[in-house]
Every structure is written in structure tokens, then in C-alpha cells.
Write a protein that binds this ligand. Sequence first.
Ligand code: IPD
Length: 310
Amino acid sequence: HHINLQDIHDTLVSVAFEAGKMIMAANPNDISQETKMNSADIVTETDQAVEAMISSHLTQKYPSYSFVGEETYIPGKTAITNEPTFIVDPIDGTTNFIHGFPNACVSLGFAVDRIPAVGVVYNPFQDLLYTGILGAGSYMQRNASLPEGSEFKPKRVKLGPGKKLGDLSSALVAVEWGSERKGQNFAIKTRVFQKLTAAKEADLEHHEVGLVGGGSMVHSLRSLGSAALNLCACAAGQVDLYWEGGCYPWDVCAGWCILVEAGGRMVSGNKGGWETQLDSRVYLAVRGAKGGQEEIVKEFWDAIGDEEMV
Ligand code: IPD
């Protein structure tokens, strides 16, 4: 039967604003937190309350669609199926939220046949909204919650391919430490971060007079603490790549739709994986560009080597 993606998008936008109000209403001096896997893996009462609001709203309005949310997911039991499914993170960037670092969002995705079909990502700290609908483009809106017609509300910006991607050495790359602080992914990440940012050997040997050392494999790394906002930054061309291992579908579903509609691509964060799935947990996002996407992906994979994140 027919699924009205525009209607779902409109609903998700209004739910996102509601969630944003709840997030901004939390008193930063008084946020109660619990840890999950370790002290870097945190959930707050606000995460739980926001998810409850979102799920009750969506399951009432769309009772036949499935719902998967970060705070109600049961490891080993909850799976992403081919059914139309809302895939939701009430607060992506919980660590930032606790610290008042203004880069956290509500991430509302909708997938059909496991393909991200609608994405709404809203950062209430900056009143910044990113949206995407499969086949209908993606957009960025500043001062998003102001009423239509307000003189302080700029036009929404359609996202699309930026200039041709250059070499990896000119790329700004988003990465995340994630919430795991040991194990295989952590070891690979830290090794790759160092490799990407250290001065290249060749440049050190042949440096020009007056220059100490040379360039590194990437322009620089950024680690801003929200997978969904990293994907949106990539969709908007603010970073060229985003590399991550250890995320979940609710971290990426919404941003994935927004990225792809902006001409970006999602491939595996492990070498050789031109296809990656919503629940593969290992991703490399590339911004939309008038050329150079495959080349930079190959260059990045070569930099990682043969080790595989899980
Ligand atoms: C986390 C953030 C972080 C990413 C982690 C996620 P949360 O989400 O997106 O940037 O590295 O993998 O779990 O816990 O703040 O919703």
C-alpha cells in the first residue's frame, strides 16, 4: 500500500520541535545520568522522556509501522526488518547534552525495506534543522522553529553536490571516539587517527627550508560528538568524510537519507565495502561532489589498511 513520505516528514518535523523543547527545558545543572556499558556511555532521564513522547506520538499516528528507539532497544531481540520502521534517537550526542556543548540533536529516521526514506535531524541548541525525503531532496533550515514569514527566518537551503573532491590530504574528516574505550574498534580508531594526522614521512625527509615537517594524510580531524550531526555536516559539505565504527541504526538512519539526497554516499568504513547496511555499524560517509568520490574513498581505505572494525 501507499506510504506518504511527505506526510511522515511533516509529522517528524513537528515531533522534532517538540523534542527540542524538552531537551532545552532540561536544567544543565541538574541532569540525572546513568551509565550503560561504561562511564562514557550515558543515558539521562531526558533521553528516556523524549523517546517516550516520540514513540507514543508516532505509534498513535502510524499504528501499522514499526518503531525502534535507542532507549527501548533490546540487544539481540530488536532487529531492523523490511517493514516501514521509525528509527529514532531521542538525543544523539548525549555527552554533549550533559556538558551543555551545543552539538546534540534529535534524530528521526524512517526506513522502508531497510532503506532510509525520510530523515529529520534537529539541533535545538542552534535551532538548526536538516531534512530529507528519498527522491525529493534534502534541506537545511536555520532558525527553524521561528514561524514562517518571520524576518529572522532565512530561506531553507537545498543541499547538493559541492565542488570536486581533491586528494585526501585536502579533506576535513569527521571521526568519533565512540563510547567503547577498549577492544578492536578502539585500537583501530586510535591507530588510524594518528596515522591520518602525523606528518608524512616523505615530507619530513624532503621538507623545504624554513618548514618543519610537512603535511599529513588529511587536512584535519573533527570529533563533534553526534553521528547524526556529522552525517548532516557531510551532507552540507562542511566536512568531506565521516568515518565511524560502532554506531547503531538510530544514530545513522535519518542522517543517511539526508546525505544521500544531497548527493553523498554511504559505504563501509572497512576497506572494499562499496555497500553498507543500516545495521552494519561501520560506515564511511562521503559528501556530495562533482567528482572524486570513489577516488577519495579508495585513498581513505588504503590509509586504514586491512584491519576490520565490527
Ligand atoms: C553516540 C554519538 C557518538 C557516536 C556513538 C553514538 P548517543 O550516540 O552519536 O558520536 O560516536 O557511536 O553512540 O549515545 O549520544 O546517542
